[in-house]
Write a protein that binds this ligand. Structure first.
Ligand SMILES: Nc1nc2c(ncn2[C@@H]2O[C@H](COP(=O)(O)OP(=O)(O)O)[C@@H](O)[C@H]2O)c(=O)[nH]1
Ligand SMILES: [Mg+2]
Length: 218
């Protein structure tokens, strides 16, 4: 290899590394109220234990950039914090449509295991329906790149309900059971799904690894 060719490769890699850092990948983070969406946003900004969040998120906040750095790799993602109450579901849709969201994280926690409350399942069904629909609500037909590359289900607050190291196959955990029908619908539409167990409040390493895994595998 000539000196020039070697030099060109080094330059190309440097440029690619730089591009990866500045080019923001659009992420959409959704889920019912109090599952930990705002905590996850804090975690992506501050990297460390996040204090208890008491304030409810109102409407849709402006999308902001976050640098995701792990194992010597770095990407920039962009996401907007949105409230999880049903009145804000239409803001999730706007977020997906206006930013052309590429990766979706739907957060759940363990509350649905102990109550007959269907809040999280209803939020999931709403999300599945708007993703799988062939048209936008304004009647415009979706193009191929209007669909997300992957949808991840993140079971949050693992510090409260799981001994992470003892979960052999997280994707088979019963916490995901009520959400499997929706995952099947996404798969039938050609959209891959990914299940992940995480603690957004206490484990920054897991959060960053989860984001990186999505970007790299899908
Ligand atoms: N133990 C624990 N609590 C969490 C975790 N993530 C969020 N919480 C708590 O759950 C509550 C709701 O979190 P928040 O981020 O406001 O949820 P949002 O409504 O989805 O934005 C807050 O009291 C958080 O401190 C977690 O990973 N572990
Ligand atoms: Mg919130």
């Amino acid at each position: 290899m000539s000196v020039f060719a070697g030099f060109a490769i080094v330059i190309t890699e440097a440029v690619y590394g730089f591009w990866k850092k500045i080019h923001a990948i659009q992420f959409g983070i959704y889920g019912a109220t109090r599952v930990g969406k705002t905590t996850l946003h804090q975690q992506l900004r501050t990297r460390g234990e996040v204090p208890n969040i008491k304030k409810r998120t109102v409407g849709r906040e402006r999308a902001t950039r976050k640098l995701i750095k792990i194992d010597g790799d770095a990407h920039t993602i962009k996401s907007a914090d949105i409230g999880g109450e049903a009145i804000y579901f239409k803001e999730w849709l706007k977020d997906i449509q206006t930013r052309k969201v590429k990766y979706i994280i739907f957060m759940i926690d363990n509350r649905h295991l102990n109550t007959s409350d269907m809040e999280q399942q209803i939020a999931w069904k709403f999300l599945i329906d708007i993703i799988c629909e062939d048209t936008w609500p304004d009647g415009k037909k979706k193009k191929n790149n209007d669909y997300p590359l992957a949808v991840a289900l993140w079971a949050n607050k693992a510090d409260l309900w799981a001994d992470i190291n003892s979960i052999e196959n997280p994707s088979q955990h019963p916490i995901f059971e009520p959400f499997r029908y929706g995952m099947r619908k996404l798969n039938e539409k050609g959209i891959p799904t990914h299940q992940y167990v995480v603690s957004a409040k206490t484990d920054s390493e897991m959060v960053y690894r989860g984001i990186m895994t999505m970007i790299e595998q899908y």
